[in-house]
Write a protein that binds this ligand. Structure first.
Ligand code: ME8
Length: 517
């Protein structure tokens, strides 16, 4: 890897019809962890998130709230912006589709599609779901328990008849299939790739890309009776944010094509079928990867406002702690699979893995050093074979984690880290530095040095996941803020014996202890 290689990562831009919930926090969290990891690993990262503010669904929500759509979107978008700050997300930009820069980008991509002969005027007669902001063919619909036609997602549909521009999606079937074949990791996980491929193999219809029956959107250039279909508008955000339509813009040149768009499985089709087709048709490059993660339920139930079981990420943070929730969400469920949220599972991960495994390891080692080594990094004597093997395992952890994160396997990365944490606990029990204290203090120093060094590396590698706690642990082993990137992982950054350490403090309290205090 060349130092400072660009890495561009995006979240979906969220609809501003409602307050942010755990699902939104989850996707942005995954992106944040990857963005932090890549930065520490020497990449020049652009991490984008934002809000999707046009369309019928948002317009209706504004009407319901009895305010004009712009004031409504200003208010709700602010909640999403606040969430990024409160959850310690490190996005470098927050895009809103009502911004002028975005309108310019949307109209430009439209003009490119028109001049490429990819868009024609016709009229749409068919089904539409406002909740999904999606058109559905008759054959895709299912019936609900009352015999009403509904979308396959369970959303209500309405019959629509209106003049509309169409994008010639049907002509892209073979080219898309070919693109998927040539880029086998364009869609991950692989099961999702197969789903998309079979959908495209089944044949594609031309796609309606403008609406005339409401006004809340970007006007179609040259035909102001139409506004652009909200998905064409929304997807374009990924290039607006890097300077498009100025394709010689420094950021566009550096960051496009994006390395990864992480999305939920609900919106995979828009990202893996429509988006590359729009871009290719406009003469632009498609992104390198779409990763579609799974769906959270709450204690076995679908999360929905009508069931009253929406999980507020801010409440979770207040109850359990931010790092604790960040850890839980990525540890509990293999990224890509569906998952069920349960409070007892959160507590069990906090107490078992954060407090017992990692917190105790650090606490045991650092308080022994504090008491027995004058509060300084101990001297190391000669390493035994066991010490060397132990450190070699930890030194090798970065490449294992890097490999896992290169395919967005956050859970595998955490599992490998915890394997080393457990092995460190095993090492401390075997070496029993507390008995060496009297028998062989030099050996005790070496063992404690080895463990402090292991803690340094474990804290470094957990920074993307639990940034605050890992930062505190690094403070406690005397690693200053400028020495925390991965170029100093492994032997290069080994602790210096004799360095003065601050008084240790626990960083991962047990959940019950928090309740007692
Ligand atoms: O679809 N489990 O916005 P949206 C996991 N504006 N993830 C969830 C979730 C759940 N229960 N609920 C929501 C849109 N998400 C469009 C996107 S992009 C150009 C336009 C997450 O507000 C997940 O990432 O409905 C999902 O894809 C996204 O929120 C949908 O957010």
């Amino acid at each position: 890897m060349v130092k400072n290689s660009p890495f561009y990562i995006t979240t979906p831009i969220y609809y501003v019809n409602d307050a942010p919930h755990i699902g939104h926090a989850y996707t942005t969290l995954a992106c944040d962890v990857l963005a932090r990891f890549k930065r520490l690993d020497g990449f020049d990262v652009k991490f984008l998130t934002g809000t999707d503010e046009h369309g019928q669904k948002v317009e209706k929500s504004a009407q319901k709230a009895r305010i004009d759509p712009q004031s409504f979107t200003d208010r709700v978008s602010k909640n999403f912006q606040d969430l990024t700050h409160k959850m310690n997300f490190t996005n470098n930009d927050f895009i809103r589709t009502t911004e002028e820069r975005h309108k310019i980008a949307c109209q430009d991509i439209w003009k490119r599609l028109i001049s490429a002969g990819e868009i024609y005027l016709g009229s749409y007669a068919g089904w539409y779901s406002v909740r999904d902001e999606a058109f559905y063919g008759e054959a895709e619909l299912i019936t609900d328990k009352d015999g009403e036609k509904i979308a396959p997602t369970g959303a209500e549909v309405e019959w629509l008849e209106e003049p509309s521009y169409f994008f010639k999606l049907s002509a892209w079937q073979d080219r898309l299939l070919n693109f998927y074949k040539q880029n086998p990791e364009f869609i991950l996980p692989l099961t999702r790739r197969n789903e998309v491929t079979s959908f495209v193999e089944g044949g594609l219809q031309d796609l309606s890309v403008s609406r005339t029956s409401f006004k809340w959107g970007v006007p179609v250039p040259g035909d102001s009776k139409h506004i652009m279909y909200v998905w064409l508008d929304a997807l374009t955000n990924y290039i607006t944010a890097i300077g498009y339509p100025d394709t010689v813009h420094e950021e566009y040149q550096k960051y496009w094509p994006a390395d990864i768009h992480i999305v939920g499985k609900d919106i995979l089709r828009f990202h893996a079928v429509y988006w590359p087709a729009f871009l290719l048709a406009a003469g632009l490059e498609p992104p390198k990867r779409i990763f579609a993660h799974g769906w959270w339920t709450n204690e076995g139930e679908k999360i929905s406002k009508s069931l009253g079981n929406v999980i507020d990420p801010l409440e979770l943070m207040e109850t359990y702690g931010l790092d604790q929730i960040r850890y839980f969400l990525l540890r509990e469920v293999p990224f890509g699979n569906d998952g069920d949220f349960s409070r007892s599972a959160v507590v069990s991960r906090i107490n078992g893995e954060l407090a017992n495994d990692f917190g105790n390891l650090a606490q045991r080692v650092l308080s022994m050093i504090n008491k027995n080594c004058n509060g300084r990094v101990p001297k190391k004597g000669d390493f035994t074979e066991e010490d060397k093997d132990f450190l070699a395992r930890i030194d090798g952890l970065l490449s294992t984690v890097r490999e896992a994160l290169n395919v967005q396997a956050f859970h595998t990365a955490l599992e490998s880290i915890w394997t080393e944490i457990r092995n460190s606990n095993h090492y401390i029990d075997q070496q029993a530095p507390w008995t060496l204290k009297k028998e062989n203090p030099d050996r005790m120093d070496t063992v404690l040095y080895t463990l402090a060094e292991a803690i340094r590396q474990l804290a470094m590698i957990t920074q993307p996941f639990v940034p605050e706690a890992a930062g505190k642990m690094l403070d406690q082993v005397g690693v200053n803020e400028t020495s925390r990137d991965f170029s100093l992982y492994g032997i290069k950054g080994r602790l210096k014996a004799g360095a003065k350490l601050p008084k240790p403090e626990g960083v991962f309290p047990r959940y019950a202890d928090q309740l007692d205090s």
